[in-house]
Ligand binder design. Structure first.
Ligand code: HEM
Length: 365
């Protein structure tokens, strides 16, 4: 099941993405702007296709479809199209890809703000800010509605236990409130110091203020996610950051429209410092989806504890994990090094202090 979509990702999407990334990065002086534009388009298609195949794999683990169980217990794909059109994908894919646009928009506005505050590459900085703020405001809205909302409704429909755990709903309730802040207490099975919007959760999930929502107590304890507090916190971090990021973008759009954005130093500082938060929200989102699926590896089909291979020793797994940690740490440090070098160099190498570009962004000489 897992091999199908992962192989398709490698063959169809990864090669498309990596080949055209090469053309885009190294072809600047060799190819015409039209070829570069085409390479950028293919890179975009490749990366979004790549996301699709990877998420189709994850969607199957969240909501298994299109499979048959052989007499020896192995699972086989019985419909490739069924696997690729798993209904879980609709909200998962749109929410995820919207998260990538939110992140890209914040990176773009942060860079624009940095250049504008330091008086470098001013024309480019304004283009970055204008494009980033418009794209970011649209993406932040889509992040909450319909994709975030759709994702949450889908979780309550198919994985009610996950939904109850990330919302901190320990007990079944009619007219359940939405917990904004508070700390889950696993001894008393309550939320300490809660700040609650009455009946809002029932309304958000079932569009009915008095609808009954199943709490964790409606399910046997051995089926609960292993780490309810961490799941609760990651979900609240994602949603909290989503609300803050959307407010920052809405304010920036208003300021742009009124013509105040480029002069407003405090807002430029805020935009510049906001850049890491979409990365944190994305990681928190993934932790929500994966911690919430526990104790299942494949929801309702295979428990995580049953997923261990008898052929791989725990020491081997730990050694490989440490190897990956080391590799990603190195790649992360290299990323930071090269990205800061590229930012310092700027969009037009050699032009630092003030931009010699006209406002439309075209190169003068
Ligand atoms: C207020 C806004 C938001 C709501 C209501 C929301 C809702 C959700 C829900 C319910 C899930 C869990 C899906 C599952 O368990 O399968 C989820 C996952 C996720 N969220 Fe959010 N989210 C919001 C904001 C954000 C933001 C701002 C980001 C990042 C910029 C983000 C990125 C993600 C990612 C990467 C996942 C994991 C993939 C997935 O299963 O869709 N979310 N979100």
């Amino acid at each position: 099941m897992i091999g199908q979509t992962l192989a398709m990702e490698g063959i169809f999407a990864f090669f498309l993405e990596s080949s055209f990334l090469g053309v885009l990065l190294y072809g600047e002086e060799r190819f015409s702007p039209q070829v570069q534009w085409f390479a950028a388009l293919m890179l975009f298609l490749g990366s979004w296709l790549s996301g699709y195949f990877i998420l189709a794999t994850n969607a199957w683990m969240q909501h298994p479809v299109a499979y048959t169980v052989a007499p020896d217990g192995r699972l086989f794909v019985n419909s490739l199209s069924g696997l690729l059109t798993n209904p879980w994908l609709l909200w998962q894919y749109t929410h995820n890809m919207t998260a990538t646009v939110v992140t890209a928009a914040f990176v773009m506005v942060a860079l624009g703000a940095l250049y504008l505050l330091s008086g470098q590459h001013v024309a480019h900085a304004k283009t970055f800010l204008r494009t980033g703020v418009v794209a970011g405001a649209i993406a932040c809205t889509l992040m909450i509605f319909p994709t975030g909302d759709g994702n949450a409704k889908q979780v309550f429909a198919h994985q009610p236990l996950k939904g109850a755990a990330f919302e901190g709903l320990f007990h079944t309730e009619r007219g359940a409130g939405l917990i904004l802040v508070g700390q889950p207490n696993m001894e008393t099975l309550t939320i300490d110091n809660p700040l609650v919007v009455p009946r809002a959760l029932s309304f958000l999930v079932y569009e009915d203020l008095w609808a009954e929502l199943k709490g964790l107590d409606a399910f046997p304890r051995e089926q609960w996610p292993d780490n309810v507090p961490l799941l609760y916190y990651t979900y609240h971090i994602m949603v909290g950051l989503g609300t803050i990021l959307a407010s920052v973008m809405a304010l920036s759009l208003l300021m742009l429209w009124r013509g105040w954005l480029f002069k407003s130093k405090w807002l430029l500082w805020l935009l510049m410092l906001s850049a890491p938060f979409p990365y944190i929200a994305t990681t928190a989102g993934w932790m929500t989806a994966e911690l919430g699926r526990q104790p299942w590896l494949v929801y309702g089909v295979l428990r995580t504890a049953e997923g261990a291979s008898p052929l791989v020793h725990a020491g081997n797994a730990l050694f490989t994990l440490l190897g990956f940690l080391g590799m990603y740490l190195l790649l992360g440090l290299l990323f930071l090094f090269f990205i800061s070098q590229t930012i310092r160099e700027g969009p037009v190498p050699g032009v630092r202090k003030t931009s010699r570009l006209p406002v439309d962004g075209s190169v003068e000489a």
